[in-house]
Write a protein that binds this ligand. Structure first.
Ligand SMILES: Nc1ncnc2c1ncn2[C@@H]1O[C@H](COP(=O)(O)OP(=O)(O)O)[C@@H](O)[C@H]1O
Ligand SMILES: C=C(OP(=O)(O)O)C(=O)O
Ligand SMILES: [Mn+2]
Length: 547
């Protein structure tokens, strides 16, 4: 099947193609077609069905083909294969559905702020709101796109957020649900054919994470390291990366007035330095407090004419007068807003910058036992990068209700399809080459686990981040956390010293010790399971808690 040809034929032959409308035309189309409501401040509100309020990892599939399969780690539970024939059927079905729509929307954007590796992405969808999402999240095609290694290798993206797969034809081909039925949703990537399909998921994150995963497959083959991180820089152009799995604080902690933001989720590290992939941010709205997160609040809720606003609010509670209650989680704890970077007060317009001076690994430990800040030497950094520990919080993936401890390598395993050594070798080499300093910051629980203690206050976390980035933790005294093999500062400006040591914050010291040892053994078991036979250097292995 000629995937691209059939896709292009619809664009050429459909009677009603909205081809690259302007941003305000796209906003007006979304409102006119009742895909979204205009809110009191002018942004757009939409609500998706319950199966579409987060990502759907079990329905996210990679087409297994001889040309690409040897680069992919099929041992990873996140890399779920689908056969080429099934994908052909899905693509053909989706195109047939698209053909029958009264109107279709096309956007031509790129992903990647460094033109030398910007990936052109052409979207075809039946939804104006999906088109708007790509205007917010993907970048305009730059004038020098011809210089990109991907200039002639564009990616086609077909998105039908609200249609469902005709499951009668896919029994045995797609996932069986617990009720015995076949899943009617699929998010599929074909790296070889350079085609992606979102069929039946209306979560904006499905679109952006699909494209992120595609970049994470192509870039290492070009010797560029893709990273699941946010990035910002100070006025000396000293750049910091914030790596972390969903909910750990990439978006929150990087959007600050005193550092210019390059991007909030996905960056490439090439010989040129760091470049954001995207054009916008996708921020969580639950409990968003305008005092603690003023930048994000203003970006979404500033007042403007709706035709020039275009921030998209997904699944937040809105009252009939068009105002929101962001503390109401009845719909989902994963309410989101998508907005262009330019809505923030301090951004780096080019979205590109130097090699990172500092890297912060973020974890949200719901056990409440990891120190809130610690410094990692190169072997420790490699170990924590491989382990990618955090607690998955409710919402971002369907099915997560209470926090679950999880190890997700490179703080983004679901989006890193290649064999793991490809990413870890590159990071180790680049960190050494550029003398990058690494800190681990726990944005999770203190004073006890989830349910007993409380989440670290954002203001305190911000003070720890500032201290780390400003070099104020370089010359203080450290002590060793023997359970987790971490160097913990005994002093940090702006922070009461007793919270730097988790044990001090727990009333029941035995309970602390028990929980900490239990988690360290989970680290050790997971290391053996995932990396036992993977020839990891002994000095990295020794840094694993529980070893
Ligand atoms: N100490 C803290 N540091 C960072 N975020 C926190 C903290 N306490 C609570 N939060 C909340 O946790 C969430 C972090 O999510 P976000 O920044 O979107 O993470 P990511 O971008 O890594 O998925 C936000 O909703 C934020 O308000
Ligand atoms: C959009 C997502 O990213 P993050 O939570 O890292 O912002 C997601 O994981 O669905
Ligand atoms: Mn984020």
């Amino acid at each position: 099947m000629e995937f691209k040809k059939e896709f292009s034929q619809i664009i050429e032959n459909h009677g009603q193609v909205m081809n690259n409308l302007t941003r305000s035309e796209t906003i007006e189309a979304a409102v006119k077609r009742k895909e979204a409501l205009v809110t009191a401040n002018g942004c757009l509100a939409t609500w998706t069905p319950p199966e579409s309020t987060g990502r759907a990892p079990l329905d996210t599939l990679i087409v297994k083909r001889p040309e690409t399969e040897s680069n992919i780690d099929w041992d990873s539970p996140n890399n779920l294969p689908v056969d080429p024939e099934t994908f052909e059927m899905l693509w053909a079905d989706a195109l047939a559905v698209m053909k029958a729509k009264d109107t279709v929307f096309v956007t031509d954007r790129v992903v990647g702020a460094d033109s030398s590796y910007a990936l052109p992405v052409q979207l075809l969808t039946d939804r104006a709101l999906t088109a708007l999402f790509t205007l917010n999240m993907f970048r305009p095609v730059p004038d020098d796109i011809e210089s990109s290694i991907f200039a002639k290798k564009d990616f086609k993206l077909l998105v039908l957020p609200y249609d469902k797969i005709d499951i009668s034809r896919y029994e045995g081909r797609l996932r069986k649900l617990s009720n015995g039925k076949t899943s009617d949703m699929a998010i599929v990537m074909d790296f070889e054919k350079r085609a992606g399909l979102v069929y039946g998921s209306a979560y904006g994150g499905s679109v952006k994470k699909l494209i992120f995963t595609v970049m994470n497959y192509y870039l290492p083959l070009e010797n560029i390291l893709p990273i699941h991180c946010s990035a910002n820089e100070n006025d000396k152009m000293e750049l910091s990366l914030f790596l972390g799995l969903s909910g750990t604080g990439k978006t929150t902690l990087s959007a600050v007035a005193n550092r210019a933001l390059l991007g909030d989720d996905e960056h490439g590290w090439s010989n040129n330095g760091i470049a954001n992939f995207e054009n916008g941010c996708y921020a969580k709205l639950i409990d968003l407090n305008p005092e603690k997160e003023p930048e994000i609040f203003r970006a979404v809720f500033h007042k403007d004419d709706y035709r020039s606003h275009g921030a998209i609010v997904e699944n937040a509670m809105m009252y009939p007068d068009g105002t929101f209650d962001l503390f109401d989680d009845r719909l989902t704890p994963n309410s989101r807003a998508s907005y262009p970077l330019t809505f923030l007060s301090n951004i780096k317009a080019s979205s590109t910058g130097n090699h990172p001076k500092t890297i912060v690994f973020l974890t949200a430990d719901a056990n409440g036992v990891l120190p809130p800040v610690s410094r990692l030497n190169p072997a420790q950094a490699m170990l924590w990068f491989l382990m990618g520990y955090t607690s998955k919080l409710a919402g971002t993936e369907t099915g997560i209700v209470d926090p679950v401890s999880t190890f997700s390598r490179f703080f983004g395993q679901p989006f890193m399809p290649c064999l793991p050594h490809i990413y870890s070798d590159m990071l180790g080499k680049k960190m050494k080459e550029h003398n990058t300093v690494v800190y681990l910051i726990n944005t999770g629980w203190s004073g006890g686990p989830y349910g007993v203690g409380s989440r670290m206050d954002i203001t305190l976390t911000r003070a720890m981040v500032d201290a780390a980035l400003d070099g104020k933790l370089e010359n203080v005294k450290y002590k060793m956390d023997r359970i987790f093999h971490l160097d913990v500062p005994v002093f940090c400006p702006g922070i009461p010293s007793d919270i730097l040591t988790p044990e001090n914050t727990w009333k029941d010291k035995n309970a602390y010790k028990e929980r900490a040892i239990k988690l360290s053994l989970e680290f050790s078991d997971y290391f053996d399971k995932a990396y036992g036979n993977k020839n990891i250097d002994d000095d990295v292995r020794r840094q694993c808690p529980g070893k």
